[in-house]
Design a binder for this molecule. Structure first.
Ligand code: NAP
Length: 327
């Protein structure tokens, strides 16, 4: 089970000046009960705030800049890697994502349960927030209340079963079409939003001096015209809710790829409200088939952390630091 534990204020604040902006007797009890004997995953800043590993549980710190090692203390470079490391140690361990923002944002699409303590407080000038999520994907259980001067209420958001997500997909009547010039502007705007979000998850801003829109327009016009870029879209009515992309490149042929042709996967994105409905898999399938008909010997991708699960389930394999699907 992969869970997430957070306490948030009424205005969604979880941190201020590097700390949790309240102290409530008894509020941390649930955290201790759930995580003792299991694994916690936290961001480098949250860990440095605590300053030491929490006892009697596996502490996995997510960082790309520092390495923490010790008894019950290891470092991972992504949330997905942290979960894989915990399961490698003991597949029965429950893994709890313990913040902050970037880790929650990355984990929300796949966690089974979210333990959210609603703190009855409005925090001015908070600087770290709990990410937005689609409450429809979860069943909500309201638990006990506690606290004296500041009250809190325990809630648990339990991921709805796959069946329900499938019903949602059927009800939404998702359709698929190949990208044409007519959808290009929306497609480019979605791509820029997606790339911007990848920076924001790590608390960064994309460089302001890059005119990505013009560069993307130029790229797509040229490569759609000469057939070296194709994309399939998922639509709910007129609204594009999922994208995919495949570029075709040619290398000098080699034994396992005598055409020398390779497909490079890009632009895989599904609107968060439509995730876990099989849409990304369907889009992936359509562009992989495009690569097959173009004569590609393999499809390559440098997968984002969130993507690894999808690509592994489809049959992609790690090959060095990128993932490959043999056609
Ligand atoms: N209310 C609550 O329940 C709660 C829970 C936890 C934290 N907090 C609060 O939240 C604040 C800290 O949160 P934060 O979001 O600022 O920082 P954070 O998530 O604790 O740490 C951020 C760092 O973690 C690493 N990281 C995060 N996402 C990553 C990713 N996807 N891949 C690789 N590395 C990643 C990066 O470390 P490197 O820079 O080393 O690569 C990044 O700089 C504090 O105020 C804390 O008190 C509140």
């Amino acid at each position: 089970m992969v869970g997430l534990i957070v306490a948030r204020s009424k205005n969604n604040v979880i941190g201020k000046n590097g700390q949790i902006p309240w102290r409530i007797k008894g509020e941390q009890k649930q955290f201790k009960e759930l995580t003792t004997g299991n694994a916690i995953v936290m961001g480098r800043k949250s860990y440095e705030e605590i300053g030491h590993p929490l006892p009697n549980r596996l502490n996995i710190i997510v960082s790309r800049t520092k390495k923490f090692e010790g008894e019950n203390l290891i470092t991972a470079s992504s949330v997905q890697e942290a979960i894989a490391l915990a399961k490698e140690k003991d597949e029965n361990l429950n893994v709890y994502i313990a913040g902050g923002y970037g880790l929650y944002k990355e984990a929300i699409p796949f966690v089974d349960k979210m333990y959210i303590t609603e703190v009855d407080l409005v925090v001015e000038d908070g600087d770290v927030f709990f990410p937005e999520f689609d409450a429809d994907e979860f069943d909500l259980e309201i638990g006990e209340t506690g606290g004296e001067e500041i009250k809190f209420t325990r809630t648990v958001y339990v991921r709805r079963a796959g069946e329900k997500a499938k019903d949602k997909a059927d009800a939404a009547q998702i359709t698929y079409k190949r990208l044409t010039e007519a959808e290009l502007e929306t497609f480019i705007n979605m791509r820029i939003t997606q790339l911007t979000e990848e920076y924001e998850v790590e608390g960064k801003r994309p460089p302001e001096d890059v005119n990505l829109k013009t560069a993307l327009e130029d790229f797509y016009h040229r490569h759609m015209a000469d057939g070296t870029f194709v994309s399939w879209l998922a639509l709910d009515g007129d609204k594009i809710i999922g994208t995919s992309g495949m570029s075709f490149v040619e290398k000098p042929p080699y034994f396992s790829c005598p055409t020398g042709r390779l497909g490079l996967l890009s632009s895989m994105f599904t609107n968060p409200n439509y995730r876990r409905m099989g849409i990304a898999k369907e889009l992936l399938h359509r562009v992989v088939e495009e690569a097959r008909s173009y004569g590609c010997g393999a499809v390559w991708i440098t997968a984002s952390n969130m993507g690894v699960k999808l690509y592994t389930a489809y049959g992609f394999e790690h090959n060095g630091n990128f993932m490959q699907y043999k056609l």
